[in-house]
Design a protein around this ligand. Structure first.
Ligand code: ADP
Ligand code: MG
Length: 430
């Protein structure tokens, strides 16, 4: 599982910098905040959150975090101001963090964080300016949160998407699958890592999948999810459930591309694409990627960012139609994604965000070739991170390394795999 290799590097490939507010012309409309440049908001414990914090710190930004206890964000020295907040008090906790730190921008790092920022915007006018420059124009928040609305809007704007029809019932989905072609992909609005998406091969698949995607989650399922995440989010979502149509989409057999951007009020400041070479499970998070330059992706993203007046850090997923080699938009993730932590030949999203905040950043070297993401590629059955040109292990923060492994294999497994990984990478010390 853990391959040997001489290619390992640490994630911290950045160079230091000093703050020189107001030096860059693009900063003219970006009011400086108080004590923090960037406040990261998380409701889940994803490793990449810490990597984004490290990248921001590496380019000179001061970084704070609002996250659940045990978050990887609290295991990196890159985060200097920390607010541990459990689900139920998230919006209140966020308000306190914002009032204490007055960040220049706030960045949601998962879908729950985006929803919490949208809720904050609805609850109070106090943060409107901050939220506008951090995530964009509020009239588009509902579109940003709905995969199916986003695809419909993109199509209306002439952006290439897979053939998609919406359906209110299983019978409607069957008819829709007939029109887009089999196999089809059924999609609800929520979910991530493939949880709201199912490939269906025939009518009986649709009968089976429909209640799971279109229905109210059962109480035992919601309870189990809440127990696992340590908050009441899944139970709350169940209580607030209202039926919505599903998208029925043509299945596209080509490779997945993901694109991360940093934008400012509808304008892309930096963005880069990667092709996904391997994933933790078939529809799950990418574990091995390679930078690619795709003008069609850049054009589609710039158009959507402009139309939706997006600000801040967001990600887009595309799939390549093998027949035409065209990139088709699958979804927008209105939040930071793992790729946003990387400095790539196409651009450096973290550096662009820091620069938007008035930090005078020095350029970081771009990662070229294949990139194994940590800890995903270590954990992928058959994964071989040592074979990649880069394996992004944060060796200078051993707690972060161990916590990343422990999330997958428990304490003892983490120790064992961590030692093997260190040996194979030639890393000495703890
Ligand atoms: N039309 C499609 N054709 C083939 N695979 C798809 C299609 N739509 C989604 N998928 C697969 O499902 C995964 C998850 O879909 P996506 O819309 O990105 O939702 P999420 O990442 O939020 O779960 C994609 O990465 C892709 O592998
Ligand atoms: Mg996706």
């Amino acid at each position: 599982m853990v391959g040997g290799g001489e290619h390992s590097v640490t994630l911290d490939a950045g160079t230091g910098s000093s703050r020189q507010p107001g030096r860059l012309p693009t900063l003219a409309r970006m009011p400086r905040g108080g004590t923090l440049d960037v406040l990261l908001v998380a409701t889940r414990r994803f490793e990449f959150h810490a990597f984004l914090a490290r990248s921001l710190a590496a380019v000179g930004a001061s970084v704070g975090a609002v996250a659940p206890p045990g978050s990887p964000l609290f295991r990196t020295g890159a985060v200097t101001t920390r607010f541990a907040v459990r689900g139920g008090r998230r919006v209140g906790g966020m308000e306190r963090a914002l009032a204490d730190t007055h960040p220049t921008v706030v960045v949601p790092c998962d879908d729950g964080a985006t929803a919490a920022l949208h809720a904050l915007d609805e609850r109070s006018d106090d943060w409107r300016e901050l939220l506008r420059r951090s995530i964009g124009a509020r009239q588009y928040f509902p579109v940003a949160r709905s995969r199916n609305s986003m695809v419909a809007l993109a199509r209306a704007e002439g952006i290439a998407v897979p053939a998609t029809v919406t359906a209110d019932t299983a019978a409607g989905a069957l008819e829709a699958a007939g029109s887009v072609g089999w196999p089809a992909v059924l999609k609800c609005d929520g979910g991530w890592g493939g949880s709201g998406v199912r490939v269906v091969e025939d009518a009986s698949d649709i009968q089976q999948v429909w209640p799971r995607l279109a229905g109210r989650p059962s109480l035992p399922v919601a309870l189990r999810r809440s127990l696992r995440s340590g908050d009441l989010d899944a139970l709350r979502e169940r209580a607030a459930f209202h039926p919505a149509p599903l998208g029925v989409q043509a299945f596209v057999a080509g490779p997945l591309l993901t694109h991360a951007v940093c934008c400012q009020e509808g304008e892309v400041r930096a963005g880069a694409s990667v092709e996904v070479l391997a994933r933790l499970y078939p529809t799950g998070p990418a574990t091995l990627v390679r930078p690619v330059a795709r003008p069609d992706v850049q054009e589609a993203v710039s158009k959507l960012v402009r139309i939706l007046e997006i600000s801040g850090v967001v990600g887009f997923d595309f799939i390549v139609d093998p027949a035409s080699d065209r990139a088709l938009l699958l979804e927008m993730n209105p939040r930071a994604t793992p790729i946003s932590a990387l400095s790539l030949p196409g651009g450096d999203v973290a550096a662009a965000l820091a620069s938007m905040c008035g930090v005078a950043t020095a350029p970081r070297p771009a990662l070229e070739g294949t990139i194994a993401l940590f800890p995903g590629e270590v954990m992928r059955p058959g994964g071989d991170p040592g074979a990649a040109d880069h394996h992004l292990v944060p060796w200078d923060e051993p707690d972060l390394v161990e916590a990343g492994l422990r999330m997958h294999v428990g304490r003892r497994g983490a120790g064992r795999i961590g030692s093997a990984l260190r040996r194979s990478s030639g890393v000495t010390g703890r």
